[in-house]
Design a protein around this ligand. Structure first.
Ligand SMILES: *[C@@H]1O[C@H](CO)[C@@H](O)[C@H](O)[C@H]1NC(C)=O
Ligand SMILES: *[C@@H]1O[C@H](CO)[C@@H](O)[C@H](O)[C@H]1NC(C)=O
Ligand SMILES: *[C@@H]1O[C@H](CO)[C@@H](O)[C@H](O)[C@H]1NC(C)=O
Ligand SMILES: *[C@@H]1O[C@H](CO)[C@@H](O)[C@H](O)[C@H]1NC(C)=O
Ligand SMILES: [Zn+2]
Length: 487
């Protein structure tokens, strides 16, 4: 069952790779683009003091070497099976910009790359090429955590309890060109599928950077995230769009949660909350100006991830000597936001009362139309919520009787659920399906899954051949007599 799904995925991938004419860009084009960066006389001043894309790559790798025991470096790569000229091979098809620059990610955790019953958080910088502050301060953040996780309680808490993933630049090509869009001049923050308008629904028309993010979220289950932008000083929260395209306050089901997260950010920032333009330094996206195809709303709807859009500098491209100050202004806010996935809300695990095993299900809150899924391996869930309120938390898993508990939430509350199986035929059936797809299976990389499936398919094929041969051999004596007659 699982295999056939993956085979379907493989065949779908074939067609898309072939239709799009394979890979774009190469290391050489990327270097050429880079080299001209400092030669462009007009913009020398602007980029001065900022890392070039090449510098950024080196900085990420250097961070990985320096902090190897609490980090892992990966370029957001998904392996896919590709068939060309009679050769079937693994290739890397996404996780790079249009011009072939790898989208490097730093993961910070005491067990990087290992799945644990812990929440994941992500920071993404430089979504817009001409807003480069995020790519600089995310590296400062990573290095600061590296230097301080033994002494600073917040850094220690993050390293020990969170998997923090940092993508400093989603749009390296736009940065090299010093413009908002990517190399195809597409605004990546308008390129996601939209809840109201079907403009971006063609998967193949989507930019590689966008697809990289979408695939990344299929691989890693993030609890919350933030993207870093420039041009204002405000914490923006969903929804970003409205159905009628008018500029209106349009809150999502988690409006209270988001207002809490955004306010926490603005209040621990140097002066974001003192804004004259934005009350308390926060704003509902649709009330500010509606956008469609944004990353933030897509994360909340499809990624199960509560995302903020942080505008952290009035000047989109400030002088590089202001970067250390901007970092200082945002430091505590950034750390607090990451830590909020363990310090706020309700979290726990879901178990089966008969086997005692974790059962991946979902958590809902009465009165909030939003479902948070538990992790597949550990059935751990993280439900961010605004504190100071009463909530009814409901755990449900197909084939089990749902349970609910009322809590008064202040600080983070741990709430484990032990669910009883539903003793009906339907319940048994549902449970057996759930056990296959969840249980002890750890979250494997797509590639792994497919490798396994591929091997299984080959084994099945060999079995099939062997069986046929056995039938032939068994059938031979009888056939031989027939044959001799025929000949
Ligand atoms: C970089 O500049 C060189 C000459 O200065 C030019 O020949 C080359 O085409 C430029 N490359 C790109 C990618 O713009
Ligand atoms: C990382 O390495 C340092 C020194 O090399 C060590 O003191 C520290 O305990 C390590 N941290 C983790 C989380 O393993
Ligand atoms: C925040 O502080 C910076 C630097 O002092 C200043 O330029 C900016 O105008 C201030 N913003 C607000 C909203 O107070
Ligand atoms: C809950 O949200 C879904 C979309 O996620 C929507 O289709 C449904 O109508 C909503 N239900 C209520 C009761 O608002
Ligand atoms: Zn922006």
């Amino acid at each position: 069952m699982k295999c056939s799904l993956f085979l379907l995925f493989i065949s779908l991938t074939f067609s898309s790779v072939l239709a799009r004419g394979g890979l774009s860009g190469s290391a050489t084009t990327r270097l050429l683009l880079e080299e001209n960066h400092s030669q462009n006389s007009n913009s020398v001043d602007k980029a001065k003091g900022y890392m070039s894309n090449y510098d950024l790559e080196q900085a990420v790798k250097q961070f990985g070497r320096r902090c190897s025991n609490i980090s892992r470096i990966y370029s957001n790569v998904i392996k896919i099976l590709h068939y060309a000229n009679g050769v079937l091979d693994w290739m890397i098809s996404i996780g790079k910009s249009v011009n072939g620059f790898p989208l490097w990610v730093m993961e910070i955790s005491d067990k990087p790359g290992v799945e644990e019953p812990e929440p994941a958080f992500k920071f993404i910088g430089n979504v817009h090429g001409d807003e480069p502050v995020g790519r600089e301060i995310t590296l400062l953040l990573a290095n600061w955590i590296c230097d301080n996780h033994m002494k600073d309680p917040l850094a220690k808490l993050i390293v020990e309890n969170v998997h923090l993933h940092i993508l400093p630049s989603l749009n390296p090509d736009g940065f090299a060109l010093k413009r908002r869009g990517n190399a195809n001049n597409i605004d990546l923050n308008r390129d996601f599928p939209d809840q109201f308008f079907p403009m971006n629904n063609d998967e193949n028309a989507r930019q590689p950077e966008t697809r990289a993010i979408m695939n990344w979220l299929r691989e890693i289950h993030f609890t919350a995230s933030a993207t870093l932008h420039g041009g204002a000083l405000v914490a923006n929260y969903p929804w970003d769009g409205t159905q009628d395209q008018r500029r209106n306050y349009y809150g999502c089901p988690d409006d209270e949660t988001f207002k809490f997260l955004a306010s926490s950010y603005s209040h621990s920032h140097h002066n974001m909350s003192l804004s004259k333009e934005f009350h308390e330094g926060i704003i509902n996206g649709a009330f500010w100006y509606p956008i469609y195809g944004g990353m933030q709303d897509w994360n909340y709807i499809h990624g199960g991830c509560l995302e903020l859009t942080l505008e952290i500098s009035d000047d989109k491209w400030p002088n590089a000597n202001e970067l250390p100050t901007i970092w200082e202004y945002n430091k505590i806010s950034m750390l607090n936001l990451v830590a909020s996935v363990v310090k706020n809300g309700v979290h726990g695990r879901i178990f089966s009362s008969d086997s005692g095993r974790p059962i991946p299900g979902s958590i809902t809150i009465k009165g909030i139309n939003y479902t948070v899924k538990a992790g597949r391996a550990f059935a751990d869930y993280y439900r961010l919520l605004a504190p100071g309120k009463k909530y009814e938390v409901i755990a449900s898993v197909p084939g089990y009787r749902s349970k609910s508990t009322i809590i008064w939430l202040e600080e983070a509350t741990t709430l484990d659920f032990i669910l009883d199986p539903e003793e009906t035929l339907e319940g048994n059936l549902l449970r057996s399906i759930c056990d296959c797809s969840g249980g002890v299976t750890t979250k494997l990389v797509w590639g792994y899954y497919m490798e396994i499936c591929f091997v299984l398919v080959i084994i099945a094929f060999l079995c099939f051949l062997l069986k046929r041969r056995t039938i032939f051999t068994l059938g031979k004596p009888r056939q031989s007599s027939k044959r001799s007659v025929m000949i």
